[in-house]
Design a protein around this ligand. Sequence first.
Ligand SMILES: *Cc1c(COP(=O)(O)O)cnc(C)c1O
Length: 248
Amino acid sequence: MKEDLLHNLEVIQNRIRQACVKCGRNPQEVQLLLATKTVSPDRIRIALENGQTLIAENKVQELKEKYEALKDTDHENHFIGHLQTNKIKDILTYKVTCIQSLDRLDLAEKLHQKLLAENKTIKVLIQVNTSNEESKFGIKPNQAVDFIRQVSKFSTLQVQGLMTIGLFSAEKEQVRQCFIILKNLQQEIIRENIPNIEMKELSMGMSGDLETAIEEGSTIVRVGTAVFGARNYPDNYYWNEKETDNQE
Ligand SMILES: *Cc1c(COP(=O)(O)O)cnc(C)c1O
């Protein structure tokens, strides 16, 4: 089991390296984030004790359950799922350093209030729905600039870039379009030169499409299945609005 996991990590790191070499990028520009939903703490620990430093959960409940078991290991915790405003305090309690899924003004506002009260700041990425699928979270591309202008007023939120989940499709070129949309949006926002807004991170690419994402400029690839194996839950348990609301 441990050998498999370490082997999978090596394979992923090679895939990242080769994708970078192919498009002339420095592999150091691309961070590997491990998406650990449904994965037990002892398996996550193996990764953390063998060079990995960045993990992320989709659900506050799982973040909470694994926090104690992993808090003695040196790592950073991001949040990549749909965040309900009544769970904001847990995000801070369990030391999430970056919320990659900021996509609503009411969430930004409440997050800001809570952070102000605790005299804290947090990194955020803006989640963009680049695949135009109704079931996916994220701000629409044509509303992103306005949204980011509004978020820029919240001094406790340190916007670092954008995040997206690409289209689920075997059609590589259609998936690529999603990543191109995110990259173009990043460039547009940089040109807008909005105070308090950084646009250095593009979190895009997962187990099945990380090479394409790297070719289009990804700086964070989020990998679950290719390291930890297939999950028992269908992904819409984590991504679909109705499913999520039923569960919490
Ligand atoms: C699960 C998940 C991933 C990882 O997906 P895999 O296909 O298992 O690599 C990446 N991003 C988000 C938001 C996820 O929920």
